[in-house]
Design a protein around this ligand. Structure first.
Ligand code: SAM
Length: 224
């Protein structure tokens, strides 16, 4: 995959925090990392709302996910970086959902709600106005610090996203979902392999090396 930050000017010297004594040490570590992260700088320069935008760019460059004129569902869309990327790369329509409010993006419709709530799938389907070509899930629960609990929560989100993708995808459509290390579990992998021509696990360069996140990328949807 091409590294989008490679086109940037050389990295400046590490920025050190001054006057940060009022922050907790974890906030100081977060701020220090943000200030010295080339993807954060590149996202600001390019007008992307999130550094995560680069993860979708990298996945799209490798797997050619976003078709011209396509319909895209963006699950866990806030603050809107992936929706921006999908539209910029040719999608005609994006529908997103998040627990958090998302500032408008031209070409996208957003719902502020819990994706796991009853009735949400009908609302998303109505807004999309037809089958989806690509279903994205970058949803991540707030981490509890308890590895097993976090794993169960993210798997529940990814599995619900996959079940919905199997309902709403057009033939040959694609599905991308964030998981934690270890990747898809047996049941999910069996469904993916039965319903998609190709199933890969990917860790795009923009995904922090010290993060346990990874993505499952499934292409060539086969309706039942
Ligand atoms: N892809 C986004 C971007 O580029 O701007 C970043 C997504 S962020 C990593 C993950 C998002 O998932 C958070 O905004 C969070 O609120 C959302 N999320 C987590 N659980 C959710 C749920 N049950 N329903 C809807 N959104 C959820």
């Amino acid at each position: 995959m091409t590294d989008p930050t490679s086109k940037l000017p050389p990295r400046r010297d590490a920025v050190r925090l001054k006057n940060a004594r009022k922050l907790s040490s974890s906030s100081q570590r977060w701020l220090q990392r943000q200030l010295n992260d080339p993807y954060v700088t590149a996202a600001k320069a390019a007008g992307w709302r999130s550094r995560a935008a680069f993860k979708l760019i990298e996945l799209d460059e490798k797997y050619k996910l976003i078709g011209k004129g396509s319909r895209v569902l963006d699950l866990g869309a806030a603050p809107g970086g992936w929706s921006q990327v999908a539209l910029e790369r040719g999608a005609a329509k994006v529908v997103g959902i998040d627990l958090l409010e998302i500032q408008p993006v031209a070409g996208a419709d957003f719902i502020q709600a819990d994706f796991l709530e009853e009735g949400i799938e009908a609302r998303l389907t109505a807004l999309l106005g037809g089958k989806a070509d690509l279903v994205l899930s970058d949803m991540a629960p707030n981490t509890s610090g308890h590895v097993a609990t976090d794993h169960i929560r993210i798997m529940a989100l990814a599995e619900t996203a996959l079940a919905f993708a199997c309902e709403i995808l057009a033939p040959d459509g694609a599905f991308v979902a964030k998981l934690f290390q270890g990747g898809a579990e047996k049941d999910m992998l069996n469904t993916l392999k039965a319903r998609f021509r190709s199933v890969k696990h990917a860790k795009p360069p923009a995904s922090r090396k010290d993060s346990k996140e990874m993505y499952v990328v499934a292409t060539g949807f086969r309706p039942a």
